[in-house]
Write a protein that binds this ligand. Structure first.
Ligand SMILES: Nc1ncnc2c1ncn2[C@@H]1O[C@H](COP(=O)(O)OP(=O)(O)O)[C@@H](O)[C@H]1O
Ligand SMILES: [Mg+2]
Length: 450
């Protein structure tokens, strides 16, 4: 499994020992969680200790922050001597600067951590004059700098876009922003607003925080350049009678195929059957649905008479409610699946729901996903509701990206209805240019000549 970008190493490119880093953002932006994830990185990637000076949060809350999102038992760090909490008592304003200086010195002398987090700095510097601020900066730079300790300060954003007082004393300024789109989960961004001594333009990355995947940072665009190593002879049979014949033996490993058709035509049944058959033969298969809950899909497999236990490969079914994710997390969830198991076959059922949730933006992500999968030799099958006249543009976009397009449709005659299938495009194959019938008899799917 490849690693997520790490903040210190991959985004900042390493923080100079002894730097003062400011993390600022509005309430609810995730400053503390983000700082906790940096602490995790310092401990796990750099093998250094972290001291946490708490003003707002007591240890129970900090434990929750580490366990809920980062899935870390803070006591493990504490018992291993890698993490230490220091409470900061709020003393009269005039004494706060002296108190924090003493505490910092104390920590440096007795614990010698690689990083000290001050959560949060605002009440300490609230009434400090500029010369006080400069002397606290000097103090930190002297004491912490000498011991190569990074000081990370958390601060609420100042009102009305004023430059915050804490920025005066910082070498690196990181702003966390939160946006509430009209659909989907809130989106968070981190902006590297200042890195001392390094001239730069603003750098903004998307930041995701959720229980399932922890804290992740997304660099923009495609992570790998476009490349592929497809061999038209390496095919994965669908195992459906008649279907493999028209596909030329199955899906080519490393390609993506789009399955389109109106609602109820049988896209899900066809994809689930294919997924199961492939897993049965030893493939690692991941089935993601944006339309139906996991339990219902598992029940459909049972209804089809499939025995989900005892597969030679494996079949993981995962449902995602588009409303609970950001478009970036959709992309990173699948990237992680692609990286996790190779080679893999991924089924994505219900692209139309993503489109409804995220609008035009979504096709760019699907394109990145298709390219990324190709470079990782993942095989994909994506389904989308498509009825004539609906979202013509979306269909054109997706169809140019995919290697194959399979259409399903109803054919109505008198009082009976038939389901038809037609392989409209399949790169590196020569599918017969005609319709076939999809039969579903005795809970078994097969494809026949008309
Ligand atoms: N070839 C077929 N013949 C008859 N019924 C079918 C066939 N394919 C699917 N069905 C039935 O149609 C319904 C909808 O199928 P589903 O796969 O969920 O459609 P979609 O995903 O395209 O909306 C299911 O109840 C299924 O039993
Ligand atoms: Mg469906």
């Amino acid at each position: 499994m490849t690693k997520n970008p790490q903040f210190i190493r991959d985004i900042v490119g390493g923080i100079k020992p002894g730097s003062i880093v400011l993390i600022e953002g509005p309430t609810g932006a995730g400053k503390t969680i983000f700082s906790a994830s940096v602490a995790k990185e310092v401990i796990e990637e750099y093998g250094q200790k972290v001291a946490w000076i708490g003003i707002l949060l007591e240890p129970p809350d900090i434990r929750d922050i580490f366990s809920n999102i980062l899935r870390i038992n803070l006591d493990d760090y504490i018992n291993a001597g890698q993490f230490k909490y220091y409470g900061f008592e709020i003393v009269p304003v005039s004494d706060r600067l002296i108190m924090i200086s003493q505490l910092l010195n104390d920590i440096i002398d007795t614990y010698s951590p690689g990083m000290i987090v001050i959560d949060f700095i605002d009440p300490i510097i609230e009434f400090a004059s500029t010369s006080d601020l400069l002397s606290i900066r000097k103090m930190i730079k002297t004491n912490c700098g000498e011991k190569k300790c990074v000081v990370l300060m958390i601060s609420r954003s100042p009102l009305h876009g004023l430059r915050s007082r804490a920025e005066i004393i910082s070498d690196i300024v990181v702003r966390i922003k939160i946006e509430h789109p009209s659909y989907g989960a809130p989106r968070r961004f981190i902006e590297l607003a200042k890195i001392k001594d390094i001239p730069q333009t603003r750098m903004i990355y998307e930041l995701d925080m959720n229980k399932e995947y922890g804290v992740t940072i997304h660099p923009h665009g495609i992570l790998k350049e476009l490349r592929s190593n497809i061999n038209h002879e390496v095919r994965i049979p669908t195992g459906i009678d008649g279907f493999d014949d028209i596909l030329g033996g199955g899906l080519i490993r490393g390609t993506s195929t789009l399955l389109i058709g109106p609602s109820g035509v049988g896209k899900t049944i066809l994809m689930l059957t294919t997924a199961y058959n492939m897993a049965r033969k030893g493939e690692h298969v991941y089935y993601i649905s944006f339309e139906e809950p996991e339990q219902q899909l598992v029940e459909t497999l049972r209804f089809l008479g499939f025995n989900i236990e005892g597969l030679k490969g494996d079949l993981t079914i995962h449902s995602i409610n588009p409303r609970t994710i950001t478009i970036n997390s959709f992309f990173s969830i699948i990237n992680r699946i692609v990286d996790f198991s190779k080679p893999i076959v991924i089924f994505i059922d219900g692209l139309y729901s993503l489109w409804k949730e995220f609008g035009h933006d979504f096709h760019r992500y699907v394109r990145d996903l298709i390219y990324y999968s190709k470079s990782s030799n993942a095989t994909m099958m994506l389904s989308m509701i498509y009825e004539k006249g609906v979202e013509e543009k979306l269909y054109v976009w997706l169809s140019t990206m995919c290697d194959g397009i399979i259409e399903m449709n109803f054919e109505r005659a008198d009082r009976s209805v038939r389901r038809l299938i037609y392989v409209r495009k399949m790169r590196l194959s020569s599918p017969p240019q005609k319709y076939f019938e999809v039969l579903f008899e005795n809970k078994k799917l097969s494809i026949r000549t008309l």
